[in-house]
Design a protein around this ligand. Structure first.
Ligand SMILES: [Cu+2]
Length: 106
């Protein structure tokens, strides 16, 4: 019984460890985020790629729960953002106000 409980505890520990975290790629293309909405788990990383030839982008998030600002990104550049808390977050571009990326973190 004790061994079974220990195995269950270890399994939960490994499921929440960074080894099981995923990276989801979001492109910025045509002045939009593609896809425009994603669902990830706590601890997952969103890789934000500027795939807009000749355009700068500037993705950021500003909420009480979690904020980031990757600064101006040239075409071809990418930035990784790890989401450490659950919630529904609306990521914007500081250069193109119509750009919106909804990140649901479970
Ligand atoms: Cu932009």
């Amino acid at each position: 019984m004790a061994a079974r409980l220990l195995a269950a505890a270890l399994c939960i520990a490994c499921l929440t460890s960074p080894a099981f975290a995923e990276t989801v790629v979001v492109r910025q293309h045509g002045r939009t985020f593609e896809p425009a909405a994603i669902e990830i788990a706590v601890g997952d990383t969103v890789q934000i790629v500027n795939d807009d030839e000749g355009l700068l982008h500037h993705a950021f998030l500003d909420t009480p729960e979690f904020s980031f600002d990757i600064g101006e990104q040239e075409a071809g550049q990418s930035s990784d953002v790890l989401f450490p808390v659950p919630g529904v977050f609306d990521v914007f571009c500081g250069i193109h106000p119509k750009m919106s990326l909804i990140v649901t973190v479970r």
